[in-house]
Design a protein around this ligand. Sequence first.
Ligand code: ADP
Ligand code: ADP
Ligand code: MG
Length: 637
Amino acid sequence: MFNRILIANRGEIAFRVMRTARALGVETVAVYSDADAGALHVEMADRAVRLGPAPVAESYLRGDAIIQAALDTGAEAIHPGYGFLSENPDFVAAVEAAGLVFIGPSADAIRAMGLKDAAKDLMVAAGVPVVPGYQGEDQTPATLAKAAGDIGYPVLIKAVAGGGGKGMRLVETPDAFDAHLASAKAEAKTAFGNERVLIEKYIQQPRHIEVQVFGDGTDAVHLFERDCSLQRRHQKVIEEAPAPGMTDAVRDAMGSAAVAAAKAIGYAGAGTVEFIVDGAGGLRADGFWFMEMNTRLQVEHPVTEAITGVDLVSWQLQVAAGGGLPMRQDDLQITGHAFEARLYAEDVPAGFLPATGRIDHLMFPEDARIDSGVRAGDEISPWYDPMIAKVTVAGVDRTAALAGLRRALAGTEVAGLVTNIGFLQRLAADKGFAAGEVDTGLIARDPDLVAAPDAGGWRLAWAAIVAAGLDVARPWQGFTLWQPLTRRIEIGETAVSLVVARDAITAEVEGTAYHFARRGAAWFCDGAACPRAYRGANAVTVFGDDPVTFALPDPLDRGAEGLGGDVVLAPMPGLVQAVKVAVGDTVTTGQRMVVLEAMKMEHVLTSPRDGVVAAVTATAGGQVVAGAPLVTLEAAT
Ligand code: ADP
Ligand code: ADP
Ligand code: MG
């Protein structure tokens, strides 16, 4: 085994590789860009080397700098993760020329599978079924259009150098062909520097089923299949293993085809053979076709690890260090079922727009596998993939695993930026998905899946209570409440009026009353448990199913006067320096009540009116959040 390896990647995959390396007693070297200087993967590594500024071309794609970093730190091998340089044969060749080991396949194997057209030709020769289509040299529009007609519409135009769904266009009718061809070529040129395309039959009701393979350069085994049919715009969203509806016969046929593909190129390490499958009717041994091979560890490898008990990164290190395949085909078995959901910073209702921002709060459930490269306080920057985490859940069977996924997603809390968590929850709750009716069109067919979350009703009422700090504070404690307190809270565009009694709050939102009751530390709304919520400086996020974030009016816009009413609130998060009043004191308008230190300044909070102090919830030396009630006056008579 190696003594020290360098991980040429960032984020969750760098962290994940390091976890296994550490378990194997292998030291790790991280590389980072300026944007990642304080990142989790840097913190976890034994050593870390700066590559350059944030743009990938000046950092994570700088093969020369990465190889130099490995040499300088005494690393013996380089793990590429996925993306970046992982499928770049020139990088592999340079790594080997420097006397280092590339943890992955040979440059030749990557080259053989690098372009989709050449890979298809190779697979035909190896006896692996491929999608009918045209992958010839002649790239003139007329030839391509004729090929499309011969194949029969609908067809798919694919960039031969494509990846991540880029440079791909579905063409339904001949008249639309030329326009789609031009845009596919333009996109391919920008993304891959190669505008060549192939034309494929578009499989109706397609399912994406891929087989995990593992080779040692001569022999290869497969670790069964993953179903990755839940896609939006050709990008995977939730993956699972095994595939729903899979039979032993089809699994054998697909597994053998995948192993044949790996052996045909003398494959070493972890790889994935992707098949497109006709989902109309059941799975058939003659109903799957090779699409492409990903010559690296895949994003969704945790579901395979969950059902096989194999640590694929450990296998990668063992084989790269010169070991043979750790297990034989017959020793590999499937136990249970697993799902993985990809949690992204993205605005789903806005068309899956990538989002950026600071993660103010991040919490995951304990009974799920979490692969993440960020923690609370980190930024999702515009420089890299906006993935926050992968949430993987296993169960004894598909039903149990799916229920576990729903629970795990309901217990996942992110605040501070927009995420796709609500969308993932709706997918996990989708009836067709639960029934195993998965195909790549499922998401596009149901507009409800991508709709904005419900931001009204009890959620709004609950957000108002949290915004007012009434979920944690007990303004009535230590004295008898003669009359209920009333409050008005503005949330977004809506005003919520709160009537606060002992252990109960009635919130009125646009004419509807919601009754909240406290039992112990928990709150219930009309009998149902209230989800957890996070109160930030400018927003409240209500978690649980269909989480939603409500903007709060800027606290700095409100002077002492604006606070009005019966309660003095903290206008911003801060430290209570002094409390100048006590319960029972008679106060006058403008009288000093609390001194708050925030944003390196002292803020004196004064009484909004003449009255008598009913409760003091602020304590000197205590930290308070924005909107926390500090002093409450007896209701005006
Ligand atoms: P998977 O099936 O593992 O999701 P993808 O091909 O969709 O595989 O992409 C895996 C990762 O590699 C993603 O993070 C994606 O952004 C990145 N990626 C895919 N293609 C490219 C490419 N041509 N150049 C750089 N990164 C890529
Ligand atoms: P990429 O390199 O971008 O991952 P793939 O060839 O793997 O490209 O295809 C990505 C996705 O596009 C597949 O997972 C599938 O949803 C869809 N797709 C690809 N080929 C076909 C096809 N022939 N018919 C229908 N859908 C397809
Ligand atoms: Mg693919």
